[in-house]
Design a protein around this ligand. Structure first.
Ligand code: KG4
Ligand code: ZN
Length: 343
């Protein structure tokens, strides 16, 4: 029986969660607190790293205290401190890591460094620990787009990735073109619900014989369409149609490659995770495509898709079960471009 306190500050959410890892391997959430900086970054229509780091610094102590209070435990009850050590914004990561080090030094509890992407990868397991494996996991976030083959809870392989922009980045940049508030993904998806006309944007790399993606050309196609056809962006319906057309194109490529990967690797299930997994159309269409191909489909609840510390605590628990030995605080290093691999 182990209790893990996890801290996540890799981008613009200051988050802390506490989980209980039972001897049978079951992870039970005790609390999860997220303080989002969205309102702060609206003014600049994107995250300014220095502003994000300062906000983490202001909030981290309050968020950790709140997570302890909600879980009804004290620091003495915690066995390990988990923290995201990359990838992410350097100064944001440092705030969480330095706080974790201080907690570790004060309590004598060792640290489990967690790769942020590992958090997303395993997030669907929190609600469904028995997802049938092998599984194909589509991770779609603001900074990353991956197709992962998860053979078992210990072994995975990246079989596809974006060659340029991440899909969330494309959502955010197109939202900026349409003068929508930050973050753009949810705004585009709301507008798309009322879109009617499909501009039939390109589906980049949809027919290539691999599982890679490219979203930068799609973004440029949207830009040129607005410019060449002098689309009036003051008209709400025009914004809705562009959002609808872009979302259709992006979702179609994501689904086509994910299903192709599942077939090639004879997967038993498909899991979807990362911030863009909050997109209703992607959830619905991927679910339908999985069903059509007789594959089980899993996607975490909305609050577990975008950045949170529960997924970091869960990944830390899985690392422990896989034999990871927690490290001394002095050995903790952050890496903004941390590679996506087991530890
Ligand atoms: O995983 P996440 O919270 O942070 C990163 O690790 O990057 O993902 C954030 C991304 C942003 O690009 C945001 O616009 C996108 O997820 N996103 C969405 C939706 N909700 C969040 N994209 C499309 N539709 C949504 N409903
Ligand atoms: Zn993320």
């Amino acid at each position: 029986m182990t209790k893990i306190l996890a801290i996540e500050t890799s981008c613009d959410e200051t988050a802390c969660a506490i989980v209980h890892l039972a001897n049978n391997g079951r992870v039970r959430p005790l609390s999860s607190v997220i303080s989002t900086q969205i309102a702060l970054h609206r003014k600049t229509q994107g995250v300014v790293p220095e502003v994000a780091a300062r906000a983490h610094l202001r909030k981290i102590q309050v968020v950790v205290r709140e997570a302890l209070r909600k879980a009804g435990v004290s620091l003495r009850d915690i066995d390990h401190i988990a923290v995201t050590h990359g990838p992410g914004l350097a100064t944001s990561l440092l705030t969480g890591a330095e706080f974790a080090k201080a907690l570790s030094l004060a309590t004598g509890k060792n640290i489990i460094p967690v790769n942020h992407m590992l958090g997303h990868l395993y997030s669907a397991f929190l609600e469904n620990p028995k997802i049938p494996l092998p599984s194909i996991n589509l991770i779609v976030s603001g900074g990353h787009t991956y197709i992962i083959l998860l053979k078992n809870k210990k072994e995975f392989r990246i079989i596809g990735r974006t060659v340029d922009d991440a899909v969330g980045e494309a959502f955010d940049k197109i939202a900026k073109m349409l003068n929508l508030p930050y973050p753009g993904g949810p705004e585009i998806s709301k507008l798309a619900e009322f879109g009617r006309m499909d501009y039939n944007f390109p589906r980049p790399m949809i027919h290539t014989n691999n599982f890679n993606f490219s979203f930068s050309g799609l973004k440029t196609a949207v830009l040129y369409k607005i410019r060449d056809e002098k689309i009036d962006l003051k008209k709400l319906q025009n914004k809705r149609n562009i959002s609808f057309s872009f979302q259709n194109a992006a979702v179609e490529v994501l689904i086509s490659k994910t299903i192709a990967a599942a077939k090639k690797y004879k997967a038993k299930s498909i899991t979807l995770s990362g911030g863009v997994a909050a997109n209703k159309k992607l959830r619905k269409d991927l679910n339908a495509a999985a069903k059509q191909n007789k594959l089980k489909f899993y996607v975490p609840e909305f609050h577990l898709c975008t950045d949170n510390a529960l997924m970091i605590a869960n990944a830390a628990a899985i690392k422990l079960q896989n034999g990871f030995k927690p490290i001394k605080p002095t050995a903790l290093k952050v890496d903004p471009v941390l590679e996506f691999k087991r530890s």
